[in-house]
Design a binder for this molecule. Structure first.
Ligand code: FAD
Ligand code: EPU
Length: 341
């Protein structure tokens, strides 16, 4: 498809990993500056729009999406140089995330290996500050480049300006809808420091032999493949809920009542709870509602059993949320972007 090609009445089922049936009015690609300007003009004309990467954190819950879907397709990776402390790289937004991680590790630049096998594209990675196995994107990023749809100019966000937090950034708040992320700059340490503290990562790496970024990538990939359903086989969006963060008093009260409560220290003296554990304790693991269900091996993941509809999913989400709220008095919020109109 060339950059300016428009596809009308487009099937969205293969364009998001949860794979619910949905169609959009049209699909356009954002592959160059002319496309970005066309997007800005359409937005000024008040045309409804949706920005999409690889659809692994987006769920289309209605059969008809009355909007133009703009899919990011900016490509290219560049080594900017080394200042003795960091290797500096720039990666365009449409590049696949996991292929980018593989590329850095193959080139001998460690730092992104714990984030291996996360689906999606590079441009979406700062939006929710992707994280896994003890590393978050914010630990490895130096800047985010974005096209300002209001002013029609490129702008660079420093790391601080991105306001990264757990599954959060400025791109989910004031910057949401105004900027298209065009590229991400990474700063990867010349002196590689492995991060092995999460779960049994250290043991899995040592089973592979030498301690290297490649073996960490392999160990993380193996753990993820065992634990998470492959969206090509069973539609899903990864963790469907964020792990809730509560204050110390609430956490202590819960620990008194449930001594096995899984919890971790979070920023500002707060406590993060494992939503998967909370959901499992409600007896919901493996539960099916219509064509969707709670994954039988990991309760934080909701899955499309093949015939799922947006209605089924929204009902299940509500059921899971109210069960956790009733039993623990904790609100769990969806992680993916639920498109409801
Ligand atoms: P999309 O779903 O296409 O978009 C997500 C959001 O970003 C949307 O709001 C969209 O409008 C916006 N967006 C996309 N591109 C741009 C851009 N260029 N500029 C501005 N906004 C943009 N996440 C984790 O953090 N850790 C995990 O371990 C993890 N594991 C997962 C495992 C599975 C099996 C799946 C299916 C998902 C997992 N996820 C995980 C969630 C998901 O992979 C990430 O959120 C990923 O970054 C989404 O990328 P995407 O291109 O698919 O985004
Ligand atoms: N748990 C249960 N029952 C379950 C699922 C989990 O008891 O059914 C317990 C586990 O035993 C463990 C704890 O909950 O003690 C945490 O589980 P896990 O290590 O599987 O991690 P998670 O909290 O479910 C988070 C991220 C994942 C990320 C992994 C690894 C969120 C919302 N999810 O999952 O990210 O890959 O940690 O770092 O923070 C995603 O965001 O889509 C995603 C997959």
């Amino acid at each position: 498809m060339s950059a300016h090609t428009v596809t009308h009445s487009v099937d969205l089922q293969p364009l998001h990993t949860f794979g619910l049936p949905a169609r959009a009015r049209e699909l356009r690609l954002l592959a160059n500056t002319a496309d970005l300007l066309a997007f800005a003009r359409a937005r000024q004309e008040q045309k409804d729009f949706l920005l999409l990467g690889e659809g692994s954190n987006t769920v289309f819950t209605t059969p008809q999406v009355d909007a133009t879907v703009w899919k990011v397709a900016l490509l290219g990776r560049q080594y900017l140089g080394c200042d003795g402390v960091h290797h500096h790289l720039r990666v365009q937004a449409g590049e696949n995330w996991h292929h980018t991680v593989e590329w850095t590790v193959a080139m001998g630049w460690g730092g992104l290996e714990n984030l291996a096998l996360i689906p999606g594209c590079v441009g979406a990675s700062p939006v929710q500050n992707i994280g896994a196995y003890g590393v978050e994107l914010k630990d490895r990023i130096s800047a985010v480049h974005a096209f300002d749809l209001d002013l029609q100019v490129l702008r660079t966000f420093s790391r601080d300006e991105c306001e990264f937090a757990y599954r959060d950034s400025v791109f989910k708040h004031v910057a949401q809808g105004r900027y298209v992320i065009t590229a991400v700059d990474f700063a990867l340490p010349v002196q590689w420091q492995p991060v092995l503290g999460y779960g049994d990562v250290a043991r899995r790496v040592s089973d592979l032999g030498i301690l290297s970024p490649m073996n960490v990538l392999k160990a993380i990939s193996a753990i993820r493949t065992e634990k998470l359903p492959d969206p090509a086989v069973l539609g899903n969006s990864g963790s469907f809920f964020k792990n809730p963060i509560v204050d110390t008093a609430k956490a202590q009260a819960l620990i008194q009542q449930y001594p096995n409560l899984v919890n971790y220290p979070a920023d500002h003296g707060k406590v993060k709870l494992a939503a998967g554990w909370l959901i499992e304790q409600c007896g919901l693991k493996g539960q099916v509602l219509g064509g969707v269900g709670v994954y039988s091996k990991q309760a934080l993941i909701l899955v499309n059993l093949g015939s799922g509809t947006g209605g089924d999913l929204l009902q299940l989400v509500q059921h899971v949320q109210s069960s956790v709220q009733r039993k623990f008095g904790v609100l769990i919020e969806p992680e993916p972007n639920l498109i409801q109109a």
